[in-house]
Design a protein around this ligand. Sequence first.
Ligand code: ZN
Length: 271
Amino acid sequence: MKQRTVKERIDFEGVGIHTGERSRIVLHPEPENTGVRFYRNGVYIPALPEFVVNTFHSTDLGSEGVVVKTVEHLMATLHLLGVSNLTVEVLEGSEIPILDGSGYLYYRELKDKVVKQTEDAQILKIEEPVVVERGDTYIKVLPCSCFEITYEGEFETYLGKQRYTFRGNVRDIILARTFCFEHEIEFIRKNGLGKGGSLENTLVIGKEGVYNEGGLRYQDEPVRHKVLDLIGDLYLLGMSVRGKFISYKGGHTLNFELVKALYKNLASVRV
Ligand code: ZN
């Protein structure tokens, strides 16, 4: 697989789901071996594990006191499209626009603008099983030349147990939106988060159904969104990854534990 970038600048604007700020970003093409990085207030922030500053309800990157919040859905889109070299300039706000809460609008704008470069891309191929755990949750990864992700969730409310396996078809996950449960909203707001959250960008799940007009986009939309989040967080490895992932109730914090575990071994498993 060759390295890839975008052929021209691409603009997005919207609201930050947690800050509630208006947000404007520009994606700029970059030469080979630049990697994916963010740029805000004169500071470059590489999309790598050592720049992760928060994983509570979003994945945030920072350097020299400059933070860019909620990078995961854009990162998932870049991972799915194999975009290896790109600068995401944050012109306004401190958070990546949430748009409709999924990766769809990023994917739609980018997919025809991705161009191949000349050098080969690095790919992390999992060669031995790795497990990370936290309480009753875990993520396991097994060697495979595939990129397969199974997510299993157990939700209070009518959703109950859901299990979904992604086998590479982007359309199966790209529309899955950020979600929250009605009973969590007060807690999220108390933590100063979710200020930009609305039914326009978040699937709000009540005891017996969802509040969004039009209902669910997939009958198991929440677990599909969790897969999207994991794909985004995995791209913090700085390269695409091949393997079979099984996440039981994982979230950003556990995803990041896995990224750190894989990153530590990178030198020995790099191909
Ligand atoms: Zn998400």
